[in-house]
Design a protein around this ligand. Structure first.
Ligand code: ZN
Length: 129
């Protein structure tokens, strides 16, 4: 990935261009700044946290499935600051890449599609035959 691209948008673009409908992703690298989210289970809404400093991407793990008919990326990320303190959460738009090494594994067969889940307020997987 080129420095300056939005991490989540870039992963999503790669998956959509290659029509990856089921897969997993892992990555390490560094970001110029970050935007991560925490899901408030009571309010059923994401709280966005912005960290405006360079960070090490010590871990990113996520999955790729289908939402609204298109490949959709769900990733969580752990980011360390210059003192080694770590932030973590749901990867949101606004995380800007400094450098990123990533691996996407793709799977055939099963179709996993996200649908609204009443119990959690989230879009979760439902199996398609
Ligand atoms: Zn999440």
């Amino acid at each position: 990935m080129k420095p300056g691209v939005d991490l989540l948008e870039e992963i999503t673009k790669i998956c959509q261009e290659r029509n990856i409908h089921l897969g997993s992703i892992e990555a390490i690298g560094a970001v110029q700044k970050a935007s991560i989210a925490f899901y408030n289970q009571t309010k059923r809404d994401y709280v966005i946290m912005t960290i405006n400093e360079p960070l090490e991407m010590t871990s990113l793990t996520g999955n790729i499935s289908i939402k609204d008919g298109k490949p959709f990326v769900h990733a969580h990320v752990t980011l360390a600051d210059s003192t080694g303190n770590v932030y973590g959460g749901h990867l949101a738009p606004g995380t800007i890449v400094f450098a990123c090494e990533f691996i996407i594994k793709t799977f055939d067969g099963l179709m996993l599609e996200r649908r609204f889940d009443e119990d959690t307020g989230l879009s979760l997987w439902s199996l398609q035959e």
